[in-house]
Write a protein that binds this ligand. Structure first.
Ligand SMILES: Cc1cc2nc3c(=O)[nH]c(=O)nc-3n(C[C@H](O)[C@H](O)[C@H](O)COP(=O)(O)OP(=O)(O)OC[C@H]3O[C@@H](n4cnc5c(N)ncnc54)[C@H](O)[C@@H]3O)c2cc1C
Length: 265
């Protein structure tokens, strides 16, 4: 049996773009949109599983604006098989509850899904909630902060992963189907090949509306973000401490810190 791996990927502003809040609205002017950097690791892991011998296909799903297929095209250029954009005016400004509802409903359209892979977070919304909420809605095993897939046994219906936490590492096993969110430690995403880039321009992205995935008219967000502002700019001056020896420099530094009441002897 061929197992379908679904990767959920979001379009975000390029990391080199200057993202600012202007009059309460987040803007990145006309900077290019790219695949959310964390999602490249998710796509790569799906492709690696297939290359290591798992009989699998890779479908990438994104919810976004009408012409928001950058993330999907990038995933196809990397080697994903199929791309689906869910776009509908009723989904504008979706919060994570609505986003996870939409993504879970899209995943339910397929009967053969064994694994849904997410990046750890999106670099714009940055809530890190979506994967967990999708897992909860589907009622699947949900494994976050995955730094390594140790084993995926489709016949046994199990997945064993290493989770990397601040306090240490954990080995966790869950049943399939499962939702995982991956860390950057998990792999090194490939650059799309020339052939892949050409394939991406030739591949049609399927577009689904809210009705196509069976969402009723009452799809609403519960969270809004009425005010967004930039962090205050901290003006600071740098001072270089001179001295003939390291000890002399340290002594001068200590005196300065004591004078500023930064430290006490
Ligand atoms: C300024 C601002 C503040 C916000 N604050 C909140 C808030 O506090 N609470 C709230 O519920 N919503 C909030 N949102 C909305 C939230 O950004 C969206 O719901 C978004 O679609 C998902 O959340 P995220 O970007 O935080 O993704 P995360 O949960 O950080 O992303 C995790 C992974 O989920 C996947 N993913 C996320 N969105 C999509 C998508 N549209 N399509 C496919 N895959 C996806 C990606 O794989 C990503 O790597 C905010 C949005 C903005 C612009």
């Amino acid at each position: 049996m061929i197992l379908r791996i679904i990767v959920c990927a979001k379009e975000t502003p390029d990391t080199v773009a200057t993202v600012e809040a202007r009059e309460g609205v987040v803007t990145w002017d006309d900077a290019p949109l790219v695949i959310n950097p964390w999602d490249e690791y998710a796509v790569e892991e799906a492709l690696l599983l297939r290359e290591k011998g798992l009989a699998a296909t890779c479908t990438v799903i994104s919810m976004g604006r009408e012409d928001g297929s950058e993330a999907l095209k990038h995933a196809i250029a990397m080697g994903a098989d199929e791309a689906i954009l869910i776009s509908d005016p009723v989904l504008a400004d979706a919060d994570t509850l609505l986003t996870s509802h939409v993504l879970a409903q899209a995943i339910r359209q397929f009967e053969d899904v064994g694994l849904a892979v997410f990046g750890r977070q999106a670099i714009d919304g940055d809530t890190g909630q979506t994967a967990v909420q999708v897992g909860r809605r589907l009622g699947w095993s949900t494994l976050t902060y995955v730094s390594h897939i140790l084993e995926l046994d489709a016949a046994e219906g199990s997945i064993t992963v290493e989770r990397m936490l601040e306090q240490g590492r954990q080995i966790c096993t869950g049943t399939l189907p499962a939702v995982i969110s991956v860390l950057k430690d998990i792999n090194e995403p490939r650059y799309p090949s020339f052939v892949g880039l050409r394939r991406a321009t030739q591949t049609d992205v399927a577009v689904w509306t809210a009705v196509d995935i069976g969402l009723g008219a009452a799809v609403i967000s519960k969270v809004t973000w009425p005010e967004v502002s930039n962090l205050p700019v901290h003006a600071g001056a740098a001072e270089i401490i001179d001295g003939a020896t390291a000890e002399e420099k340290v002594e001068k530094l200590v005196e300065k810190l004591m004078a500023e009441k930064g430290i006490w002897r």
